[in-house]
Design a protein around this ligand. Structure first.
Ligand code: CTP
Ligand code: MN
Ligand code: MN
Length: 526
């Protein structure tokens, strides 16, 4: 403890004349010790104060850095940061001692240079509390759970990815998606740019965005994108089921920027877009796991009654453990090869006859191994028989548990919608849009549902291909093509070197064929 009297004098000291009241001061008392205080993070005024304090106690404290300095003192800096600063001053030699300000203040108190202990020495980046992260280059080599420690950063990068995709710049979109995926896979929150050294997939643009957010809490590019009229219009218009970036762009060029303008424009909409517009509000609202399960029961009932023994598997985001989704995805197969043929139209008419479908579009299976050949690695479209639909989910199917449905409907009543549903809903047997029951809510909601049918021989590939995430799938195909000379699709895996198909009856076998560790669905949230 510094005696009060001495501390007082020291802090009022203004020159380096060495007239210290303790009597032990004086210029250059310790010729072996030439000090330099780093202004970085310490600040100019504190540095000036501490320098004068030292001089008053007989220490030689230099104003500028030179080769004669033996001890560099800094505050809140790491060894590697100080070294980087020194490198920028004089190249080559660095002084013997890089010390924390605690050594300096203790020496001031003692009136002499105290012994240098480990705790006085600056830590290097890798031994400091700053964790330097490391992840493999392909998302399919990583375990990415929903436990995202960097959601502020990944939300920002995902928004830029989305904006690039909406502007049909897929290359930039993928670059931002890959960068976001790397951050999602990290075991902790990024607090310092140095932690990102050596990480894959982080390009200059993504790094600039991350740096700005770490420093200022927000990215100017993300904020201005969010505010931009074009982004807002693209988002609203592509939010209509059946409307892609191209169509939205064409409409915007014709001055259509929201649903009302679209409505008033007299644009011809196809059947899908019409349905998408009719159910815009419902389809914009996330689907819950409870709703997905309720729809699963309906689909299982339909499948069981048209083809006993057929199996229904929940795929997509819900299989990865997500709690909400933009739709619900199911894969249907039968343990006997060939029995699945013709299944989809039967399931669809079963559902339709019972009023479960507000819209459906079925595509026939066009995959024939002998004709189609190995799946093109760059293609993410498969040729399964599939049905893109809009389900009508009533409270009855939700098993009397109306909580979620009620909540979401109440929410839509209490939050004014900037783009209210412009259309009357015109499906069979249901109330009109906006019509509510006496409790003040509509007793049903529309939900997007995807059904896919695969033969059992392709089931494992379909399961892997439809579980996602989209980036995980893309990375699996990239891995297969670039690292293994193989072509992976949702139908098959083809070895281009051996010129043969590699069969599999489980996802585990496919990962093994690809030379990858098995990644559980809940760890594919890249
Ligand atoms: N998929 C596909 N071909 C399509 C559409 C989708 O192979 N024409 C695959 C995607 O690659 C993805 C899976 O189906 O792996 C699910 O797609 P989607 O429902 O769009 O995404 P989810 O991951 O389920 O996310 P969300 O919860 O938003 O629905
Ligand atoms: Mn989905
Ligand atoms: Mn889907």
């Amino acid at each position: 403890m510094v005696p009060l009297k001495r501390r007082k004098v020291a802090s009022s000291q203004t020159g380096n004349t060495g007239t210290d009241c303790g009597g032990r001061g004086g210029p250059n008392q310790f010729p072996q010790v030439v000090l330099f205080l780093l202004e970085r993070k310490m600040g100019a005024s504190r540095r000036a104060f501490l320098s004068q304090l030292g001089r008053g106690k007989g220490f030689q404290v230099e104003d500028s850095f030179s080769q004669s300095v033996s001890h560099v003192i800094s505050e809140n800096n790491r060894g590697d940061e100080v070294r980087a600063w020194l490198d920028s001053q004089v190249r080559g030699q660095t002084p013997v001692h890089l010390l924390d300000v605690s050594w300096y203040t203790e020496s001031m108190r003692a009136g002499r240079p105290v012994e240098i202990l480990d705790r006085h020495k600056l830590q290097q980046a890798d031994e400091a509390e700053v964790v330097v992260f490391s992840v493999p280059g392909y998302a399919c080599q990583r375990r990415t759970t929903l436990d995202n420690h960097n959601s502020v950063l990944t939300d920002a990068l995902s928004l830029l990815a989305e904006n690039a995709e909406l502007s049909e710049d897929d290359g930039r979109g993928v670059a931002f998606r890959r960068a976001a995926a790397v951050l999602k896979a990290l075991p902790g929150a990024v607090t310092d740019m140095t932690q990102l050294r050596g990480l894959p997939c982080l390009g200059g643009h993504s790094l600039r965005v991350i740096k700005e957010i770490l420093e200022n809490g927000a990215s100017s590019e993300v904020e201005s994108t969010k505010q931009s009229e074009r982004y807002k219009a693209l988002k609203v218009l592509t939010g209509i089921f059946g409307v892609g970036a191209k169509t939205a762009d064409r409409w915007i060029k014709e001055g259509i920027c929201d649903l009302h303008q679209l409505q008033d424009s007299g644009q011809t909409l196809n059947r899908t877009q019409r349905a998408g517009l009719d159910h815009y509000d419902d389809l914009s609202r996330p689907v819950t796991k409870a709703e997905a399960d309720a729809i699963g029961e309906v689909v299982e009932g339909a499948v069981a009654s048209v083809l006993p023994g057929a199996r229904v598997t929940l795929i997509g985001g819900f299989r990865r453990g997500k709690l909400t989704g933009h739709d619900v995805d199911f894969l249907i197969t039968h343990p006997e090869e060939g029995r699945e043929v013709g299944l989809m139209p039967k399931v669809v008419s079963w559902l339709e006859s019972r009023g479960f479908l507000l819209y459906q579009k079925t595509t026939r299976n066009s995959y024939l191994e002998s004709k189609t050949g190995p799946g093109r690695p760059s293609s993410n479209m498969d040729r399964f028989e599939r049905c893109l639909s809009i389900f009508k989910l009533t409270e009855e199917e939700r098993g009397g548990n109306t909580e979620t449905l009620t909540e979401s409907c109440l929410q839509s009543l209490s939050t004014p919608d900037p783009n209210p549903q412009p259309h009357a809903q015109t499906h069979r047997g249901g109330p009109e849009a906006g019509q509510t029951n006496p409790a003040g809510r509509r007793p049903w909601r529309a939900v997007r549902v995807d059904l896919v049918v695969s033969p059992i021989s392709q089931f494992a590939f379909a399961l892997l291909g439809w579980t996602g995430s989209k980036l995980f799938e893309r990375e699996l195909r990239r891995w297969a093509a670039h690292e293994k000379t193989m072509s992976l699709s949702s139908h098959a895996l083809y070895d281009n070197k051996q010129e043969r198909y590699l069969r599999a009856t489980s996802e585990e076998e496919i990962f093994a064929h690809l030379g990858l560790e098995y990644i559980h669905p809940s760890e594919r949230n890249a």
